[in-house]
Design a protein around this ligand. Structure first.
Ligand SMILES: [Zn+2]
Ligand SMILES: [Zn+2]
Length: 670
């Protein structure tokens, strides 16, 4: 009896009884069959039992119409919907990457027989496999492993699925002395028993001499992983099951792509990201460091502080122009305040605590509650509104040690916060003003066209339905009126209100969420803040929380990577470096440096006894925008020979001429 399946475009396909997904691909076309790596199969619920075992022989997957990714040689059933999957799709590429991890394990076992293999999942852009080697290996072994992997791909071994009862599976891996696999099977069985479910069938995938415990699906044969489309990228220690009480294993990372070209492009992106890594540049340019004594807490060095201050000086000046006042609130505040603000109930896992005179206090994870106390410290009239109070607030938030990453993920950072208190009538205009301000600030740092997202009420939230509806519609309108395209993120708002997030795009095409605008009707209610209206009655103001750069620490990290350390002159930690040709010119060089410092620039002197060529090279490596060489001629003419980072030799300029040039460049933030 033939079986009938439906293709993604809705067209029917008739196949012989017992046909597989590969047969379906072949029926559609030989090119598709050749490219195919797996299939996506779903079944309309009516004809199938849900839960337990399906009537027609293949296991039910709960949701009747949910598509399952299956092997190409999986049998099809009458009424299935079938989509053939190739590496051109994300699902197909994932199957290829996962299959590449099996090939990696097979290669490792060929080269180091007796190695214990643990798990090998896919990750973003690739895969890894964890091993317990008898002798440590290093990335110097990668070429050998890659060669063996290429050999396995060339052998084009069939990859076959088999399903075994648990005893047989345990025997198989027990005999092979693979303790991690034995433990995984025992856990599978125990988990099923704990739920009172039937003990699962243990599925295995075999290719040549190599067997792995796996759910699949996999490519039908190892040759489907294209020659030259994969590469091993790095090696790291990883605890078995991520638990530091367990054995430390060796994790080998790899990447795999649909084509050689895609692999090449990825490797170039990876190399570029390494070159721009702010942690490396931060060390090379002596900007900041991290220490065991304060994990996740950045230490800013002198040059790093110059960069920091340049960013903050600009930020302050622009805030004054935009009508903000700056305030500062304490880092440690009493427990009751956090209970009132809702942080105690909604944010406790991320907070640090301490005690003063036997009373519980918390280290602030946000600046808002403290800011509200300033608002409350005196009577406010409608004439004071909108009141815009900005704060560069140092906040602490607990992050797991495993996720800490340079300046990008830290445990203490400076939020460029502001709270705007206004009447409900002023709200929309204020939100629009913040949007325009945000775009202006990003533009100054070289970031244009940020991606914008609007997030609405989450499950865990405070405040009434009416408040949320009004706040959400106000944000929608403000964005529309500013002509900004945005993406909607339902349920992703803060617990106290909806928000607009801004993601800037860096020179590598990566996006970074920095700015946020959050409307909050709840906090003014909770902390009971009011203003006196024109009617002489007390009214409740609305509060806008907003940050532009987000965390100054993280933003500086983004700037460093965006510019690969070659920061624009207006924020560069060293704007110019004076290089005397010889000792004879040291005195004049010092005068030049002092004069430029007096003019307000960040200038250094390099009078080390190294050769001039060497000092010029070092200055270039330090990405200094201007190197100023001074010798006899310059000393006589009260001049400097200017070498620009972007334009090369600019010839001799008198010191006042150079001051003029630098002043213009800084003023225009070029
Ligand atoms: Zn697998
Ligand atoms: Zn706030």
């Amino acid at each position: 009896m033939p079986l009938h399946v439906t293709l993604p475009d809705g067209s029917p396909l008739e196949l012989a009884d017992g046909a597989t997904a590969l047969d379906a691909a072949q029926a559609i076309g030989p090119r598709l069959a050749k490219a195919a790596v797996a299939a996506q199969v779903s079944h309309d619920g009516a004809e199938r039992a849900v839960g337990g075992h399906a009537t027609n022989g293949h296991p039910a997957d709960g949701g009747a119409a949910a598509a399952r990714l299956v092997d190409l040689n999986a049998p099809l059933h009458d009424g299935d919907r079938v989509a053939i999957v190739t590496p051109a799709s994300a699902e197909g590429l994932d199957v290829v990457r996962h299959s590449a991890s099996h090939v990696l394990a097979q290669a490792v076992l060929r080269l180091w027989p007796g190695t214990k293999y643990a798990i090998g999942p896919t990750i973003e852009n690739g895969f890894y496999y964890d091993f317990l080697f008898a002798e440590p290996i290093s990335d110097a072994d990668f070429p050998r492993i890659e060669e063996e992997m290429a050999e396995i791909v060339a052998e084009d071994q069939q990859v076959t699925r088999s399903e075994l009862p648990r005893e047989e599976a345990l025997d198989l891996f027990g005999a092979a002395q693979q303790p991690f696999k034995v433990e995984l099977i025992r856990d599978l069985v125990a988990a099923a028993e704990a739920e009172g479910a039937a003990v699962p069938i243990i599925s295995m995938y075999t290719q040549g001499e190599f067997v792995d415990l796996c759910r699949g699906p996999h490519v039908p044969s190892t040759g489907k992983i294209g020659r030259g489309t994969f590469k091993l990228t790095s090696l790291a220690g990883a605890y078995w099951r991520g638990d530091e009480r367990n054995q430390m294993l060796t994790r080998i990372y790899g990447t795999a792509w649909a084509t050689k070209e895609e692999l090449q492009q990825y490797l170039e992106r990876l190399e570029e990201a390494r070159r721009r890594d702010h942690r490396r540049i931060g060390r090379d340019l002596d900007l900041f460091s991290f220490h065991e004594e304060g994990p996740g807490f950045p230490f800013w060095h002198a040059k790093g502080m110059r960069l920091w201050n340049a960013v903050v000086d600009f930020w302050r000046a622009e805030h004054v122009k935009a009508g903000y006042e700056e305030v500062k609130t304490p880092i440690i505040l009493r427990r009751e305040l956090w209970e009132m603000s809702g942080h105690w109930d909604n944010y406790k896992e991320n907070m640090y605590f301490t005690e003063i005179d036997g009373h519980p206090f918390a280290v602030k994870p946000m600046n808002c509650p403290g800011g509200l106390l300033i608002y409350k410290s005196r009577r406010r009239s409608y004439r004071d509104l909108p009141l815009k109070l900005a704060e560069l607030g140092l906040v602490h938030r607990h992050e797991m040690s495993g996720v800490l990453h340079g300046l990008f993920r830290v445990r203490s950072f400076t939020q460029d916060d502001a709270h705007i208190y206004c009447t409900p009538e002023q709200l929309r205009d204020e939100v629009r003003g913040v949007i325009r301000f945000m775009l202006h600030i990003y533009g100054a740092f070289g970031f244009t066209d940020p991606l914008v997202e609007l997030s609405t009420r989450p499950e865990k939230s405070i405040g009434s339905t009416e408040m949320w509806a009004l706040a959400e519609s106000t944000l929608h309108e403000a964005l529309k009126e500013e002509g900004i395209d945005y993406k909607l993120n339902p349920g992703d708002g803060a617990f106290y209100g909806p928000k607009i997030d801004f993601h800037i795009k860096d020179s590598m095409g990566r996006t970074w969420q920095c700015g946020t605008i959050q409307v909050d009707f709840a906090m003014p209610e909770r902390l009971d803040i009011t203003y006196t209206g024109a009617d002489n009655e007390e009214h409740r103001p609305v509060m806008i929380h907003r940050a532009l750069l987000g965390s100054i620490e993280r933003f500086v990290g983004i700037l460093i990577e965006h510019y690969a350390g070659a920061l624009p002159t207006w924020i560069a930690p060293v704007q110019a470096q004076v290089l005397p040709v010889s000792d004879r010119h040291a005195l004049y060089a010092r005068d030049v440096r002092d004069e430029l410092r007096m003019a307000g620039f960040r200038v250094e002197l390099d009078d080390r006894s190294e050769s001039l060529g060497r000092r010029i090279r070092d200055g270039q490596l330090q990405k200094v925008p201007y190197l100023l060489v001074v010798g006899d001629r310059e000393a006589e003419g009260l001049a400097v020979a200017v070498r620009s980072r972007t334009e090369g030799e600019k010839g001799a300029l008198t010191v006042p001429e150079f001051v003029h040039l630098l002043r213009d460049e800084v003023a225009e933030r070029r």
